[in-house]
Design a protein around this ligand. Structure first.
Ligand SMILES: *[C@@H]1O[C@H](CO)[C@@H](O)[C@H](O)[C@H]1NC(C)=O
Ligand SMILES: *[C@@H]1O[C@H](CO)[C@@H](O)[C@H](O)[C@H]1NC(C)=O
Length: 485
């Protein structure tokens, strides 16, 4: 068998145990189950492990609601903030490998904080629909725990930040809706989709569950009832990295490379690569404070991909992850960004606007263009752009993103490659457009610049010919520049 076949077989085996089981029962909760408020301490099944920066992967000490001495025993710090981490559905009945990574990153950023890992492993390794039902009870457990430290120790719930992944995000939502006082923040990391997409607010994560709710959607592929991650916005801010449906570096080829490197050990991680990316994006925001990714509000993924949404005015942009700016709009808004395939995930976004002119009426589709950007700190060359259509005397806008900070833009080049088809008309027609100016807007630096042809009035972009160069326009020749800024 070729390795790809083996891989598919393997995926399929894993699949039997994991996501594909999600779809075994597709019926939605028919009755609206209201979640009861309080719990007796001895009814609590979830465990609350206060981990330490020294042993991020061990549950050595449990905070037990009703048993006050455990709080001192575990060295709970009453004056610093508390992170409550809630895992999702598990195949193995064990913590997944991201748990210690997230705990470690939280301690690295907030060394004095209390990082509490909620252990609901027993209930999370059932058939998916069963585990999904259990998220209510886990939420009740967490709410009872939070009310207990609030009432018994006067611990301010304003210091509490709950982070829930997949099913854990909905457990976090239920918890937040049941506590006596609202917790400060809930971060939903790709909240689970199946059975929750159309469910009522009281069993899913929603903006009412905390003072501030931020959500990352990373694996929302397919129709709403089949998507692993929930598609609808459920927070004050909902960020859809790379459009939210699928993440870079998570394709089969990449998976095979990883298997070759690391063996089959992290197999579950590969299957859930895009789903779990939500966690790694958050970890990234904790570890690379100076490289925080920006997300931009936009009505659609399509408009974002045209570069139309790189504005930061009126809170239209925000920082992804830990240092998010807590803006609570009237309705939840979708935000978008591109990322790299690995940590650090940050990229730099640019809108490029070009007016194609000419005497001859010419419309072409799906032509390969290459753009190169040159700045004070570096350059990024031959970025491939696929414009669906170009036609004469029209302006087109597109998004370009690059991995490094090249500083202030000084120059850009554009090249029109021949596409791979051979056509007789290529012999008789010269495909070309004239370009006078190129407008570039940077998302990260919120700057607009205009570039002019180096050759004077305009440059001719000819298919299959050399690239043409544009430099920052002479300040004096642009009296209108200010108005455009
Ligand atoms: C508790 O946290 C505070 C900061 O919030 C820190 O100054 C203090 O040293 C911590 N206490 C202990 C015992 O670590
Ligand atoms: C494009 O606009 C220019 C200037 O307005 C004009 O001279 C030219 O004929 C137009 N081209 C086409 C194909 O309409």
């Amino acid at each position: 068998m070729r390795s790809v076949d083996i891989f598919h077989l393997f995926i399929w085996m894993i699949c039997l145990h994991t996501f594909c089981g999600i779809f075994a029962t597709t019926e939605l909760p028919t009755t609206r189950t209201t979640v009861a408020k309080k719990k007796d301490f001895n009814e609590i099944e979830s465990k609350f492990a206060l981990r330490t920066p020294e042993e991020v992967d061990e549950d050595n000490c449990y905070l037990v609601p009703g048993q006050e001495h455990t709080v001192n025993q575990c060295n709970f710090n009453h004056t610093s903030k508390t992170f409550v981490v809630i895992h999702g559905w598990t195949v193995t009945g064990m913590y997944e490998s991201w748990v210690p990574k997230l705990v470690g990153a939280l301690y690295k950023r907030e060394p004095y904080s209390n990082v509490v890992v909620v252990d609901w492993l027993a209930r999370s390794q059932q058939h998916y629909p069963v585990s999904a039902e259990y998220t209510k009870f886990v939420g009740q457990d967490v709410a009872t725990f939070i009310d207990w430290i609030d009432e018994k120790f006067n611990y301010p719930v304003d210091n509490i930040h709950i982070l829930g992944y997949s099913l854990g995000a909905h457990a976090a939502g239920v918890a937040g809706s049941l506590t006596n006082k609202k917790v400060n923040r809930i971060t939903g990391l790709d909240p689970a989709g199946p059975t929750f997409e159309y469910a009522e607010n009281d069993v899913t994560l929603s903006p009412d569950d905390a003072e501030f709710v931020d959500v990352l959607h990373t694996y929302t592929r397919g129709s709403p009832d089949r998507s692993i991650g929930i598609q609808k916005p459920v927070g004050h801010i909902d960020i859809y990295p790379n459009g939210g449906s699928f993440q870079p570096g998570c394709n089969i080829g990449e998976a095979l490379r990883l298997i070759a490197e690391k063996g089959f050990a992290d197999m579950d991680q590969l299957v859930k690569c895009s789903h779990e990316r939500s966690i790694h994006l958050f970890i990234d925001s904790l570890l690379y404070e100076e490289k925080s990714s920006m997300a931009y509000r936009c009505n659609s993924k399509e408009a974002f991909d045209k570069g139309l949404c790189l504005s930061c005015r009126k809170n239209r942009c925000n920082t992804l992850g830990y240092k998010v700016n807590k803006v609570r709009g009237k309705r939840s808004s979708k935000m978008f960004l591109k990322t790299r395939a690995q940590m650090p995930f940050k990229v730099f976004h640019y809108q490029v606007k070009v007016h194609f002119s000419g005497q001859k009426d010419l419309t072409v589709t799906n032509q390969p263009l290459l753009i190169s950007l040159y700045g004070t700190k570096g350059e990024s060359e031959n970025i491939a752009i696929a414009l669906p259509e170009i036609s004469t005397n029209k302006t087109f806008s597109f998004l370009v993103y690059i991995e490094q900070d090249i500083g202030e833009l000084l120059m850009l080049k554009i090249k029109w490659e021949k596409d791979s088809y051979f056509s007789w008309s290529n012999w008789f027609t010269t495909y070309s457009y004239n370009i006078r100016k190129i407008r570039v807007k940077s998302g990260e630096f919120q700057k607009k610049l205009i570039f002019c042809s180096k050759e004077g009035n305009h440059a001719s972009l000819i298919r299959g010919k050399n690239s043409i160069e544009f430099v920052k326009c002479n300040q004096h020749s642009f009296t209108k520049k200010k108005a455009l800024m």
